[in-house]
Write a protein that binds this ligand. Structure first.
Ligand code: FAD
Length: 378
């Protein structure tokens, strides 16, 4: 593999990445998607370390931050080749896309120096501390408080659905710093060490039986003030930039989707499908191809159009899991991959902003439809 920071064309880079993956993919954990499950975290960290050593971490990050200094198109080529090889392109999206991206964009030079290289090297693992019991889709209602006290903020409150909270070293946190401001204006964005006194992390069990996310309670946690990211009370802008990147990342898995559709088509081989099942399968395959074309047109840059891909792909994955269960028949109700697929599929329609919320964004921001009425006023 070429470690150099010399310019390299996308095709040449893709070819060298493919060669490297062929030689190394046996050492990778299975492709777990955006978030590393707790039982694979050791393997995920080792994989990230190997990627860094091979010059395949932070492909489009500036060289000053330990990256390769290439373009978003090189990064997209890497993600496609990883999807074809069935390996994760990064340890986790929260660290390598959300935390890394927001620190590069909004961080001070000191924050960039402190966090970016360890994140690329896989020695700093991140979680996302946004959702609360009373604030999910309506994130602006969050009530976790951060009160300034000299050179610290005192944090009190509760977060929920924090994927990988237990194994993370740091978290990206949104908390209310001005309770008197209108709701989106009194929020700030912080970088939070997860080992500070006063942090209590409790696993939450999902419908699949696994416990991939946690509740996180903060009681008088003393956070150094230099971990404020971006402007005080200006955290909403930072958070929205982060969420757009998250949707872009979720929607970017076109090749992964294509592989799923291929395996779907293979599942039909040798089965006597009824006309409705045949129609559903054909519909899924053509939707898959339409989203692939849209993804290629949209390119690797996250934007509000990322909502189209996020909505389309997660809804299709849900439908694919249901059809798979239908084709397998009663056996799909037994413990095993088919049942697991059906139980896990609804989560994709919720994580990173629900399907209904994506439809609102598409309606209002892409189609220019009137804004939905707000019960609490404008
Ligand atoms: C697998 C998974 C991983 C997650 N990981 C994390 C994480 O690491 N960190 C984190 O902070 N959060 C995480 N989340 C939480 C996720 O961001 C929230 O679940 C999501 O934003 C929805 O919020 P909620 O669950 O409070 O549902 P609500 O917002 O209470 O929504 C309930 C229902 O109402 C609908 N609804 C709400 N508002 C509207 C509206 N305006 N118009 C139409 N319908 C509406 C929703 O679509 C939904 O069907 C994760 C979730 C999942 C499923």
């Amino acid at each position: 593999m070429d470690h150099s920071t010399e310019p390299i064309g996308v095709d040449e880079f893709r070819a060298s990445a493919t060669t490297w993956l062929a030689a190394n993919k046996a050492t990778a954990p299975r492709d777990y998607g955006a978030i590393c499950p707790p039982d694979l975290i050791g393997a995920g960290i080792e994989w990230q370390q190997r990627l860094f050593a091979a010059g395949l971490a932070g492909i489009h990050w500036p060289t000053a931050h330990g990256g390769r200094g290439l373009t978003a198109s090189h990064q997209a080529a890497w993600m496609e080749e990883c999807a074809k090889a069935g390996v994760p392109p990064v340890l986790n999206m929260v660290g390598l896309v959300l935390a890394g991206g927001s620190i590069m964009r909004f961080g001070t030079p000191e924050q960039q120096l402190q966090h970016l290289l360890p994140t690329l090297q896989g020695t700093r693992v991140w979680c996302q501390l946004f959702s609360e019991p009373g604030a999910g889709s309506d994130l602006g209602s969050l009530s976790t408080r951060a009160e300034r006290d000299g050179d610290r903020f005192i944090i009190n409150g509760q977060k929920v659905w924090c994927s990988g909270g237990r194994y993370s070293d740091w978290g990206i946190l949104m908390a209310r710093t001005d309770p008197d401001a209108t709701k989106h204006e009194g929020i700030s964005f912080f970088l939070m060490p997860m080992d500070l006194p006063g942090i209590d992390i409790r696993p939450l069990q999902q419908i699949t039986g696994e416990a991939e996310f946690d509740e996180v309670f903060f009681t008088d946690v003393e956070l150094p003030a230099d971990q404020l990211l971006g402007p005080l009370h200006g955290g909403w802008g930072v958070g929205m930039a982060v969420l757009t990147s998250e949707r872009g990342h979720i929607g970017a898995s076109v090749i992964g989707l294509e592989r799923r559709l291929e395996s779907m088509a293979r599942l039909a081989e040798g089965r006597d499908l009824n006309p409705l099942q045949r129609q559903a399968l054909a519909g899924l395959l053509s939707r898959g191809n339409a989203f692939k074309a849209m993804g290629q047109r949209q390119g690797p840059v996250a934007s509000t159009a990322a909502s189209l891909m996020k909505l389309g792909i997660t809804e299709m994955m849900f439908d694919a899991a249901m059809l798979r269960g239908d084709l397998v028949g009663a056996a799909a109700m037994l413990d095993g991959p088919d049942a697991h697929g059906m139980l896990a599929a609804p989560g994709g329609r919720i994580a990173g902003g629900t399907s209904q919320v994506q439809r609102n964004i598409i309606g209002e921001r892409l189609l220019g439809l009137p804004r939905e009425p707000k019960p609490s006023g404008p």
